[in-house]
Design a protein around this ligand. Structure first.
Ligand SMILES: C[S@@+](CC[C@H](N)C(=O)[O-])C[C@H]1O[C@@H](n2cnc3c(N)ncnc32)[C@H](O)[C@@H]1O
Length: 276
């Protein structure tokens, strides 16, 4: 497992520790070894980074609002089949599948699925979750997903924390595939993406610190930013086959949707898509 661990994206470890920090249900059951260390290290860097970039938003609060908002959309949905793509160490499937009315599928790359399974197998609570007939961990690549293996019922599809790594053409192919499934079976698709327009600007010293980090460390691949605005992304989703797209800004709804730490300003854009 040693080499496999080395291939686990640091971003997935950081988010895993964020869910634990945020007190999300089941977060401790799926928390992989090393995640807390990454969380502390990144937060120490971000403390310095935000001194130089006072306008930048707290990463852990931004992620927590993103996750809680997606949870809220799922609670509001009538879909009972959930397909969480690039699930990483998200505790959502463990939490939701406690209700047997739901059928929950989690997908990620093989090394992440293997580590999550290992983590779940290491505790009695985790083993009980793995034994649930309505919870399935699957290996799956978002760029070539075959939806025919899922039941032909209205489905809630989630891809959290991943679309920013793909350029527009790759995003479009992924969205066409998901829209085709939802158009045929009914359901909803939810994901996050922050257009560059919505990112607070970096100061000069902040840019310098960021460049220095890239020279000294081996950071994860940078986000595939382009010039599209929220409206442009929504137009792309319509072109991909969705007929209704709502862009929800965490900053605007944190209080009214009772997100945790609602008073802390964040800005993640959640796209909520349907085919009617
Ligand atoms: C930033 S993490 C987010 C994990 C999880 N969604 C969360 O929010 O806690 C990104 C995840 O995407 C997964 N991933 C990267 N490329 C993928 C691909 N082509 N197909 C499926 N998952 C992928 C990584 O393994 C990682 O678990």
């Amino acid at each position: 497992m040693g080499k496999t661990r080395q291939r686990i994206p640091h971003s997935a470890l950081y988010t895993a520790a964020t869910w634990k920090w945020g007190g999300l249900p089941c977060a401790d059951i799926v928390l992989p070894p090393g995640a807390k260390g990454i969380f502390r290290l990144v937060n120490a860097y971000l403390f310095l980074y935000r001194l130089l970039n006072p306008q930048k938003i707290s990463l852990k609060h931004n992620l927590l609002h993103r996750h809680a908002l997606i949870d809220a959309l799922l609670r509001r949905s009538s879909c009972r089949q959930v397909i969480e793509i690039a699930a990483g160490f998200s505790p959502r499937g463990c939490m939701v599948s406690a209700d047997t009315a739901y059928r929950y599928f989690e997908l990620d790359l093989p090394e992440v699925v293997a580590l999550k399974r290992e983590q779940l197998e290491s505790t009695p609570e985790g083993r009980a979750i793995l034994a649930r007939s309505n919870f399935t961990l699957l290996e799956g690549d978002i760029t070539r997903l075959d939806f025919s293996s899922f039941a032909a019922v209205p489905s809630f599809v989630i891809s959290e924390g991943i679309m920013m790594y793909f350029k527009r053409e790759a995003q479009m192919a992924i969205w066409r595939n998901i829209a085709k499934f939802i158009r045929a079976q009914g359901g909803e698709y939810v994901f996050d993406y922050i257009p560059i327009d919505d990112e607070p600007p970096r100061s000069r010293p902040g840019q310098w610190l960021s460049d220095l980090r890239h020279r000294l460390t081996n950071p994860p691949p940078p986000f595939a930013y382009d010039e599209r605005t929220r409206q442009d992304v929504a137009a792309d989703l319509i072109e991909a086959g969705f007929s209704q797209v709502e862009a929800i800004d965490t900053r605007m709804v944190a209080r009214s949707w009772s997100l945790p730490h609602a008073a802390v300003p964040t800005r993640t854009i959640i796209y909520h898509c349907r085919c009617r």
